[in-house]
Design a protein around this ligand. Sequence first.
Ligand code: SAH
Ligand code: SF4
Ligand code: F3S
Length: 464
Amino acid sequence: MTAQKSVYIKTYGCQMNVYDSDRMTDALVPLGYRETDSLDTADLVILNTCHIREKAAEKVYSELGRLRVMKEERALEGREMLVGVAGCVAQAEGQEILRRAPSVDMVFGPQSYHRLPEIMERARLGVGVVETDFDGDDKFEVVPAPARQAIRARGVTAFLTVQEGCDKFCTFCVVPYTRGAEISRPVGKVLAEAERLAAAGVREVTLLGQNVNGYHGEGPDGRPWGLGDLLRRLAEVPGLDRLRYTTSHPRDMDADLLAVHRDLPQVMPYLHLPVQSGSDRILDAMNRRHTRDDYLKLVARIRAARPDIALTSDFIVGFPGETEAEFAETLSLVEEVGFAAAYTFKYSPRPGTPAASLGDQVDEAVGSERLLRLQALVNRQQQAFSASMVGRTLEVLFEKPGRYPGQLIGRSPYLQSVVVAADAARIGTIARVTIEDIRPNSLMGHLVDAPAEAVDVAGAGGWS
Ligand code: SAH
Ligand code: SF4
Ligand code: F3S
């Protein structure tokens, strides 16, 4: 029997990378690797990277610099340490990574994880391996059967990728190039994975896709199923109490999906629906294929279907040519909608995307100042949304121990962290919690059936 080795995977970027990192770990189990959270002792280190903004991509190179030093020290001790770069930087930069960071043994893009065993074998021969083909094979299905069986629960909530890639080609975005064309996994495969997760104790599943609401996987009837159909089917899986999905594109939010939000109690009242800008001219230059008015009308329809829904969004400020007046339209859209939270980004020109070669790039300082103004507004809305929870009783799914003994952290239907004094035996269960206070990143509450003293314990820990 070969000696047990360990793999350390560092994950950057979106939830899809989190999901992929777990699948890579699963695929490495048959090769004799187990997961470790100790970089110092790992035999194999994989950076699962993100290329979305320049800062994200540059982080990878500084990390590789540190790994080079570690690898040299290991070599002196006669111990092996393989270094792999996976994810979107791997896909976008390929060979360039080996040139800039010669200590890297293998570079492989997001569509080649099923070839990991073979990639590792080649890397051991000492020549840098670069694997960035989109061969059309299903990376989720070609993982050897034992590894698929190994897909295991890592808690009471889990991600499940149902769709990957993007055909939308927003002019600022690298995703269509790094993840390739849109594909949807067949309903049967998704269902099998969901059932396995539920059997392993998962109560809440978040379906993932770059355009998850554009899902059109082949159904058991041989016809393409939309995301609404898929959610209805998943709601029948025993034990799956909560369903979420992300990220959605406003164009693909169809009437059936709205009906699902109205009708299915398992589908949580939370929707991440990036709009990017409130200006029609900018939306057009971004190739978003919807107007400000389209978005506002859609929000009204969503709220008609599910009045309490928490809406969140992504914004880019300082897109090339954005004027102060156009930026003000973004602020006014935020005012008009009222978001529960939002991610705000300063535009970052990305190699190979159409917007990067536009002439009128916005001055750095102007972009930074706009970002601050937008963030201030979004933060106010987020605080107001949290504050509106005080006094309400919410159903909380308990996930893990809190920072202090006797505390648990759970999640509200609106995806807020909720800190409660409760026994660890409640992990994996849903209970009613009355919210009594808010913290910057969480809500504090007490079990509806808990004695009053327990409440004081929860609040007394100096949580901030
Ligand atoms: N399909 C997903 C894309 C994930 S990228 C979606 O539509 O949400 C996540 C967010 O990163 C995008 O919504 C956008 O706001 C931001 N982003 C993408 N490219 C960017 C760039 N070049 N500069 C700054 N922010 C960017
Ligand atoms: Fe990028 Fe636009 Fe596709 Fe989202 S929809 S991944 S922002 S190209
Ligand atoms: Fe980043 Fe790739 Fe996700 S660029 S945001 S890791 S799809």
